[in-house]
Design a binder for this molecule. Structure first.
Ligand code: 3PG
Length: 311
């Protein structure tokens, strides 16, 4: 009887591990595909505000269709839910558009190297704005994160200030998104998939007026014609792919956040960046110098040490 119980428990642990493994592999794969199409689109059509808006719009549309057709059960929400979601959506919108602006100016790998510094922002915001303190090893792990990012930035061959600042703003915004998300999801019965769907819809409403002011239809029309004539009809397929994959990878990441601790999540996110950095360097033949790669490796290692220290 005792043995049977132990073996049942082991089986459950194995199934849970397998489930998380599948979530992680899917999340990383979807993210790599998103980053490639996103950059291809931005290279031909440098309008990051519209591209960010289309990504949110396609996710919102996919989820509205899923709810209407009964494929996914629509969440039961109240005014309090949407009020709690508002600051999350503001931070998500800023983080998303800032990352896309960054990717329109620099190599995908560079944006993600800077974005691997997100834990440093998390510690600094928690320390100076929320008054939280951490054990010494956590602060020490920031040295390789900040040092590695700085080394990678100063040795980047195609450095661009807007690209750098976009990635930094995205880091800061996503730290706030995570802090507000935790508060907003607490005690709510809306699961990861529907939570992210509502987040997309609210972000879309916030972002649309700013997109119209920042770029606008006149600029898009000329840019679109030139992109289609340069790339051919597959340009439209790229736009659809970047939009759909953006929603899918975020949806899977929120679904896995439901199953795992924030710490495991942040380790998963760092591993995701390594796959994106390596794949994008190969696909786009990004020129890198050894010292630049060293900076990236130190930053990523620092993020790993940070997750260990936080444990
Ligand atoms: C975005 O466009 O929102 C960013 O590329 C997101 O980056 P992340 O999900 O890898 O932090």
């Amino acid at each position: 009887m005792g043995l049977e119980f132990v073996s049942q428990q082991l089986e459950q642990i194995d199934t849970q591990k397998l489930k998380i493994g599948i979530y992680f592999a899917t999340w990383w794969a979807l993210n790599v595909v998103f980053n490639i199409y996103n950059k291809k689109v931005l290279n031909a059509f440098p309008f990051p505000w519209l591209i960010s808006t289309l990504a949110l719009a396609s996710g919102s549309l996919m989820m509205l269709v899923s709810w209407a057709s009964g494929v996914v059960e629509a969440p039961k929400t109240d005014l309090d839910f949407w009020k709690a979601l508002f600051p999350v959506a503001v931070a998500h919108t800023i983080g998303h558009v800032a990352a896309t602006v960054s990717m329109s100016k620099v190599a995908v790998s560079f944006t993600h190297i800077i974005k691997s510094g997100e834990p440093a922002f998390s510690v600094l915001v928690s320390r100076f704005l929320l008054g939280e303190t951490f054990p010494l090893p956590v602060y020490l792990s920031l040295v390789p994160i900040i040092g590695g990012c700085a080394l990678a930035a100063v040795t980047e061959l195609n450095f661009n200030m807007i690209g750098f600042m976009g990635a930094m703003i995205s880091n800061l915004a996503f730290v706030f998104r995570n802090i507000f998300s935790k508060k907003g999801m607490k005690g709510k019965s809306v699961g990861g998939m529907n939570y992210y769907a509502c987040l997309s819809m609210m972000s879309l409403m916030i972002l649309t007026p700013f997109t119209l002011v920042a770029e606008g239809p006149k600029m898009w029309a000329a840019g679109w014609d030139s992109a289609v004539s340069q790339v051919g009809p597959q340009f439209i397929r790229w736009v659809v792919a970047q939009s759909v994959f953006y929603h899918l990878y975020n949806q899977v990441s929120y679904m896995s956040l439901n199953e795992i601790s924030p710490l495991t999540f942040s380790i998963g996110n760092t591993m995701k960046r390594i796959s994106v950095i390596v794949t994008s360097i190969i696909i786009f033949s990004t020129p890198i110098q050894p010292v630049n790669a060293l900076g990236a490796a130190i930053a990523v290692l620092g993020t790993f040490l940070y997750s260990q220290a936080k444990q």
